[in-house]
Design a protein around this ligand. Structure first.
Ligand code: ADP
Ligand code: MG
Length: 698
């Protein structure tokens, strides 16, 4: 029987293949580039391209593509076949180093947020050798960065790689100060837990809202939702189990370390978590995972919904971004060490994160802001829109002791003097009891829980890496000049705790009182919606930090701001248009037909037995007629409001008016239609109900 290790990574041009197919010189050179990010020798590229081509063709590939992540949020690819005409009328299979290193897709149809106006329409893709090439759909996919000709990033990978480099630079300065001379680089790792829904494909295809927007825009509450808590970690249904089995197999072939799978809280909701890996690769893998999930679902007669809020009334889907920093020598910098010196180092890195999250809470919020995620954050099923850190009681007590120079009871030591005491290890279960925190320390990593399920994890990690790089830079600047390293270190840790403890909150994040305390007493940001937060990406402190580390240029920041707002406006506008369409063409005709049938029945009854009362029918007819009129009116109101939007000049203004007028009107229309649904005979209702969608997969 074939075992997993027989086929794991069989579609990946990984170390094993490289070692087997490349000469030792070429392998060494490429390996150095992969490990240390050094520039690739161009002569090596031809040799790598030739080996890749040979390997890809042997594994069934006919095409190659530069695979990239434009600002649409999904991945893009343009396939070219390997064929080149041969003089004898046939073809040869060709692939050069030049084709491997650089591509020139037409950039003009990807969002550029104004960069296109200022720069060139064309863009180019550049090979990212730090993420392995792989085969998908008979095409050799080469992970690439995507830039304009002026060098402005048009994708999510470029700033992500820049942010990783920024963090590496600053972390190395700190490690040097602690005497770690053997460390050559520091990278960040991520393990993203991915939530999703599975619904029947047949039912999905009958719902325009799911098809056009990925979420239901109408739907009365079914008799049963998630109130019994009987789905979470429940037995996986056979159809879902078969899907998961195939999914794992496809992911494993692509070298993706799919590890854990279980049912989530809402009916029809599930989760997949991989084993963590370097952030850049984790990001590529998560994009691939979302794509493969949809593909495998289709082959099982299912549809995988990645929207943040596919159904009202039950939980939406998020993505937990488990994040840590580690050295190339295998030391997790967020893990308390064995010696006092390692502890001091751990505390400094911990403080760097605390400071970063407090100083750049707005950027973290921005990094997860989408129209879809606005339905979750703060809705008592996901963390609130206020960013705070959960450290757990033990670590919080240690930090308190350091701040106040008081003895720390837990460790049974007198004073927490850095460089003297050994910190206790934090068992996982004492650090991760709180599920309501947006940013939780979980023993040796932080779990950022605000990401939406369909978000690329690149955005959150760019901001996180950059912000932590900034804290580390400030620390390194101060420490490098210090006469007494230990004293300065101790002072800095104390100062960080004192200045930033407002961001630490170990209580219940769903509690209304917390939001009041956070905003009124602690002065934390509470940007409830996307239009509220996005413009702050251009706040002076944010621009200074992000451009200072070379993560974004000013032009790139302006363009991202515009694209995110534009995306919000387009998303909601499409939803509103879909509602208008469904109301006019499906809901109103259905309710009307049913009312007509009732009326016909009354007429028939009265003809047969003059004098009968028919109060059931007439009551229902009265209610449904009134609702029909209201639905028709509200549909018009919404339609007119959407048409009026196009006159708004500025995208920020437009996003605010969409939030303040369109969304409330959509909610009103939905309420009316949902009421009509509860009164209309099942066979008249024009599309599958919540009950069918949520409980239809067995
Ligand atoms: P849970 O969050 O359910 O307690 P785990 O903590 O075991 O589960 O893991 C959740 C995710 O965190 C997994 O994807 C795992 O690989 C990842 N993870 C574990 N350790 C680290 C780390 N040091 N850095 C980044 N991610 C990690
Ligand atoms: Mg988790």
């Amino acid at each position: 029987m074939e075992t997993i290790s027989d086929y794991f990574g069989c579609l990946v041009f990984d170390e094993r293949v490289m070692k087997a197919k490349l000469s030792s010189n070429v392998y060494r050179s490429l390996h150095k580039t992969i490990q240390r990010g050094t520039k690739l020798d161009p002569s090596v590229a031809d040799a790598v391209a030739a080996a890749m081509k040979e390997w890809a063709i042997a594994n069934g590939a006919t095409h190659f593509t530069h695979w990239f992540q434009p600002l649409t949020g999904i991945t893009a690819e343009k396939h070219d076949s390997f064929i080149t005409p041969a003089p004898d009328g046939g073809v040869i299979m060709d692939f050069s180093g030049k084709e491997l290193i650089r591509g020139e897709p037409d950039a003009s149809s990807f969002p550029s947020g104004g960069l296109r106006a200022t720069f060139e329409a064309r863009g180019y893709t550049a090979w990212d050798p730090t993420s392995y090439a792989f085969i998908k759909d008979k095409a050799l996919c080469i992970p690439t960065a995507f830039c304009s000709y002026g060098g402005e990033a048009l994708d999510k990978k470029t700033p992500l790689l820049r942010s990783m480099e920024a963090l590496n630079r600053q972390a190395m300065r700190i490690l040097k100060l602690f005497g770690n001379t053997d460390v050559k680089c520091v990278h960040t790792s991520v393990g993203p837990e991915q939530e999703y829904f599975l619904v029947s494909k047949e039912l999905y295809e009958q719902r325009k809202d799911l098809i056009y927007t990925g979420r239901t825009l109408f739907g009365a509450k079914p008799p049963k939702g998630q109130e019994m808590d009987d789905h979470y970690f429940g037995v996986i249904k056979p159809r879902v189990a078969a899907f998961m089995e195939d999914l794992n197999k496809e992911l494993w072939k692509l070298g993706i370390l799919a590890k854990t799978e279980h049912n989530e809280v809402a009916p029809a909701q599930h989760e997949l978590a991989p084993i963590y890996t370097t952030t850049n690769i984790a990001t590529d893998h998560n994009q691939l995972t979302m794509e493969i999930m949809q593909k495998v679902a289709a082959s099982h007669g299912l549809v995988c919904l990645l929207h943040e809020k596919p159904f009202a009334g039950v939980n939406g889907s998020g993505k937990h971004n488990n994040w840590s920093m580690a050295t190339d020598t295998g030391v997790n910098l967020l893990s308390p060490g064995e010696t006092p010196y390692e502890n001091a180092q751990f505390l400094l890195f911990l403080c760097a994160v605390i400071k970063a999250v407090d100083d750049y809470q707005d950027l973290l919020r921005i990094s997860v802001a989408t129209a879809g995620n606005d339905h979750r954050l703060g809705a008592n099923e996901a963390p609130p829109a206020v960013v705070s850190i959960f450290l757990g009681d033990e670590l919080t007590a240690i930090l308190d002791a350091i701040e106040s120079d008081k003895p720390y009871e837990g460790a049974k030591k007198t004073n927490m003097k850095l460089g003297v005491d050994v910190l206790p290890r934090f068992p996982k279960d004492t650090t991760d009891r709180n599920r309501t925190s947006p940013f939780a320390f979980t023993g040796n990593k932080f779990e950022f829980r605000m990401l939406g399920s369909s978000n690329s994890i690149a955005c959150a990690n760019i901001m996180l890496n950059a912000a932590v790089a900034e804290s580390l830079k400030i620390y390194a600047d101060r420490l490098e000049g210090a006469e007494d390293f230990e004293t300065r270190l101790h002072e800095m840790i104390r100062k960080t705790i004192k200045d930033h403890k407002r961001i630490i909150f170990n209580g219940n994040g769903y509690n209304e009182a917390w939001i009041k305390e956070a905003t009124e007493k602690r002065g934390l940001c509470n940007y409830r919606t996307t239009p509220d937060c996005i413009p702050h990406i251009l706040d002076e402190k944010n621009v200074k930090m992000l451009t200072g580390h070379g993560v974004f240029s000013m032009a790139e920041l302006r363009s991202r701001c515009e694209i995110q707002l534009e995306n919000y406006c387009k998303t909601v506008t499409i939803e509103a248009n879909t509602m208008v369409d469904m109301a006019k063409k499906q809901i109103l005709p259905a309710v009307q037909s049913y009312t007509a049938e009732l009326a016909g029945g009354v007429a028939a009854k009265k003809a047969a037995a003059p004098g009968v009362v028919c109060s059931y029918e007439t009551g229902l007819i009265t209610k449904l007629s009134a609702l029909t009129d209201q639905i028709a009116t509200q549909t018009e109101v919404l339609e007119t409001a959407v048409l009026g939007l196009n006159r708004a000049a500025d995208v920020q203004e437009e996003s605010v008016s969409i939030r303040d007028t369109i969304l409330p009107q959509m909610a009103q229309l939905r309420a009316l239609a949902d009421e009509a649904e509860t009164l209309t005979a099942e066979k008249y209702w024009p599309f599958p109900t919540y009950g069918e969608l949520l409980f239809g997969v067995r």
